[in-house]
Design a protein around this ligand. Structure first.
Ligand SMILES: C[S@@+](CC[C@H](N)C(=O)[O-])C[C@H]1O[C@@H](n2cnc3c(N)ncnc32)[C@H](O)[C@@H]1O
Length: 360
């Protein structure tokens, strides 16, 4: 899985347990990102619908959530990956842009990425394994990048991992099937069937995923976009169409309230952290159309970029962060009996939200 801001690695097993205790059969992962949570829900038997606006996220969801493992021939996939890995490197758009104009990857890996991506387009665009191959390529590229996790900047000195050769591996596939949708959650919500369990993990601040992970967007789109800035971001990142309401402090609270209101789900679970623009009380209020609301709090370390500092594109440390731990909250809403049963093992995590004041 890729390095991802706001990835719910530490909460995955809790979310899986909550899903099981809710007695649900179907699940929605509304801002699926890496698909980490959707994968856990699928592993626990759910029919999962995974939604995100990012292209790469849709590719991951097609790979991990839509693909039924028993229908994918692992030997055949491995054979294709071996074939792709043996392609001689090409000095193409990727190498020019992300290895010379900027320094996200070492040129020898950039040339491999160019060659493999080109072959996936030319030879496997109609293959049922297309998105599995792309997922494998992104995971391999992520392991040899030279960043602290975000693609807004690269490290001045090559990161040690960037010297390693790109290695294509078969991504993990799971039994069962599911659905992947790419688009704006605020629009897609209006056409969704009812689900038992809906998990929502929206962005809660100004950090745009479209620019933070622009290289993965470009690797999937393979559209050789015009670029700007030291990080060679996509020119179309400036367009309103690629901006999320969830990155706007003024629009976000209303957008989230409408989204939650429009959801048809027996149980809603919302992720929230104490660096967000809305307060926990506001979030609880958004869920109050359901019979019962509970809040659980988990201590969590911040992402790696925050841990080691803030760097400019030349690699110089230009800032530090005030704290390395923050609280991750889960707001649970649904029938009283169900919510009580779900939260029973988490007595020590329960938050008396009426008395909590969280910085907005
Ligand atoms: C906090 S991350 C989700 C992380 C995910 N739970 C994980 O563990 O990987 C938020 C996600 O929301 C997506 N996103 C932002 N605005 C969106 C929108 N309007 N509709 C759908 N997805 C959106 C981003 O692309 C990003 O993947």
């Amino acid at each position: 899985m890729i390095k991802y801001l706001g990835s719910k690695r530490r909460l995955v097993s809790v979310l899986g347990d909550l899903y099981e205790r809710s007695g649900s059969k179907s699940a929605l992962d509304m801002f699926t990102g890496t698909t980490r949570v959707a994968q856990e829900l699928k592993r626990r038997g759910a029919y999962v619908t995974a939604i995100d606006s990012a292209r790469y996220s849709f590719v991951f969801a097609n790979c991990h959530i839509v693909t039924e493992a028993s229908l994918a021939d692992q030997a055949e996939i491995q054979e294709i990956l071996n074939y792709l890995a043996a392609k001689p490197g090409i000095k193409g758009y990727f190498t020019d842009t992300f290895c010379h104009e900027s320094r996200f990857f070492q040129p020898f890996n950039g040339e491999k990425i160019d060659a493999i991506r080109e072959a996936v387009s030319a030879e496997f665009s109609g293959s049922k394994y297309h998105d599995i191959l792309l997922t494998s390529l992104i995971y391999a590229a992520d392991k040899v990048d030279s960043t602290v996790g975000l693609q807004m900047a690269y490290i001045k000195e090559w990161a040690p991992r960037s010297y390693k050769p790109l290695k294509l591996e078969i991504p993990e596939l799971f039994a069962g099937s599911g659905r992947a949708l790419r688009g704006d959650a605020c629009q897609l919500v209006n056409n969704l069937d009812s689900v038992d369990f809906a998990y929502l993990d929206p962005p809660y601040n100004q950090h745009s995923y479209y620019t933070n992970y622009h290289i993965w967007e470009t690797l999937v789109a393979w559209d050789r976009p015009e670029r700007y800035g030291i990080a060679c971001k996509r020119e179309d990142a400036k367009s309103e169409a690629n901006k999320s309401v969830f990155n706007s402090s003024t629009k976000m609270p209303q957008a989230l309230a409408s989204l939650v209101g429009a959801l048809s789900a027996k149980v809603i679970v919302l992720s929230y952290n104490n660096e967000a623009w809305v307060s926990l009380d506001e979030l609880v209020a958004m869920c109050s159309h359901l019979e019962s609301v509970q809040v659980l709090a988990f201590d969590s370390r911040r992402y790696v970029g925050a841990k080691i500092g803030i760097y400019n594109p030349q690699g110089a440390k230009v800032g530090s962060v005030s704290h390395l731990r923050n609280l991750e909250y889960l707001v649970l809403a649904g029938e009283k009996e169900v919510i009580e049963y779900m939260t029973t093992p988490y007595e020590d995590k329960k938050v008396d939200f009426g008395s909590v004041s969280v910085a907005g």
